[in-house]
Design a protein around this ligand. Structure first.
Ligand code: UD1
Ligand code: BG6
Length: 371
């Protein structure tokens, strides 16, 4: 049931304030006079000690689920102090990459049925690793075959392009980081700030959804383009990959997410006055580096669309020449949840304006159960 919406993707983008609330329901503890703010993940509480003792955490997934894990990686590394590595499920299986008993492997999958992810899960089970699932589907193969896990509880997602599951997956993995780091006194203030940020997140997502018309106007400008680049780094490297994936899979436009730190190692050759480039430059520790990326792209006459924090338009628009999209600020590690929303809206409007099928893009399936 699409309710007042024309498409499931549109509905699922707009219901993110509610889906995120459901994801967090019963899992955040507000704390009080003698109790610290904390996180309770029922499915993991008996396994946290084992996870904390592991030598490495390995995130495994495909498509959007992989991108969600990439978005959560920095905060997991920060709060756990454990090395976190990333694996695209098919690539891990192709390489038969080393997985050890001392590893915690985390399988991220909206459907819980993706064949590549399941095969990687079998492989990790054979190798004796602790296998944790993060899935939206109760009773799915991944939920059943993992040792433990967390249901993201985002509600049924119908659009082939994943939107609300992506933001809920990031939130669950941020909560995973908080739960693993829960025994560390030195990071308590940081954890409490993130928990406060999680409580505020649905209302901030509601705010960023107000950019709908602005993103539709932007889509009108980009309707006939062949290609779109998206530059991000740090917490928002994943936003660049996921924003580009959305544009590619539904709007059927070539789009590439680029790690801004790699700009000079190839991508800069593509820059001219015609190719549109989105640069994500919201406030965090990488902000000044992104300002310099903007200047360098501008010097090569790049056609820039800059996503920045509210109030920062003047600090990011060199010579007043870029188009600017301002978004509300949240705790740095949660910013990817906000920043993806305008790009989801852009991909949605581009698709509708170009006359393509938003909910069932050609050649793609919601759940890829064959290899
Ligand atoms: C659980 C109940 C929820 C109830 C809550 C009350 C279920 C599905 N969830 O939520 O309805 O309101 O207790 O305390 O009955 N698991 C895996 N792999 C996965 C995902 C989950 O093994 O990929 C396991 C977990 O380790 C856990 C169980 O499935 O044993 C349920 O997980 P989850 O729904 O996340 O747990 P709760 O949030 O505690
Ligand atoms: C398919 C979907 O390619 O599988 C994507 O079209 C999705 O949207 C990917 O991200 C992985 O699916 P899942 O269910 O394992 O998260």
């Amino acid at each position: 049931n699409k309710g007042k919406y024309e498409h499931y993707m549109q509905k699922e983008i707009h219901e993110q304030p509610e889906s995120l609330t459901t994801t967090m329901r019963g899992r955040l503890i507000r704390g009080g006079s003698c109790k610290a703010k904390s996180v309770l993940l029922g499915g993991l509480k008996d396994h946290l000690k084992t996870i904390r003792r592991s030598r490495r955490i390995v995130f495994i997934g495909c498509g959007t689920s992989y991108n969600a894990a990439l978005a959560a990686r920095p905060i997991l590394e920060e709060l756990s102090g454990i090395p976190v590595t990333m694996e695209i499920a098919s690539d891990l299986v192709d390489r038969q990459g080393p997985i050890y008993r001392e590893d915690t492997t985390v399988f991220v999958s909206q459907s819980g049925e993706t064949a590549d992810t399941l095969q990687a899960l079998e492989y990790a089970l054979e190798n004796g690793a602790l296998c944790v699932g993060i899935t939206n589907t109760v009773g799915s193969a991944i939920a059943r075959h993992t040792h433990c896990g967390v249901h993201i509880n985002a509600g049924c997602e119908i659009g082939v392009a994943s939107t609300k599951a992506y933001t809920s997956q990031i939130v669950v993995m941020a909560m995973l980081a908080l739960a693993i780091g829960d025994d560390t006194i030195s990071s308590q203030a940081r954890r409490e700030a993130i928990i406060d940020g999680l409580f505020d997140l649905p209302s901030k997502v509601k705010e960023v959804l107000k950019l709908d018309q602005e993103m539709k106007d932007l889509a009108k400008l980009l309707i006939a383009e062949q290609s779109l680049l998206v530059f991000g780094r740090g917490y928002n490297y994943a936003t660049a990959l996921e924003g580009a994936l959305k544009v590619k899979e539904v709007a059927l436009m070539h789009s590439e997410g680029i790690l801004a730190g790699e700009m000079k190692h190839g991508p800069l050759a593509l820059v001219d006055e015609t190719l549109p480039i989105v640069v994500i430059a919201t406030r965090d520790a990488c902000f000044s580096k992104q300002q310099s990326v903007i200047q360098q792209l501008h010097a090569r006459k790049g056609r820039l669309i800059v996503m920045c924090t509210e109030g920062d338009a003047a600090s990011v628009s060199v010579g007043g020449s870029c188009r600017v999209v301002e978004v509300p600020q949240v705790e740095d590690c949660l910013q990817p949840v906000i920043n993806i929303v305008p790009l989801q809206l852009l991909a949605y409007h581009l698709t509708v304006l170009r006359g393509y099928n938003v909910d069932q893009p050609r050649n793609l399936a919601k759940s890829v159960t064959t290899q």
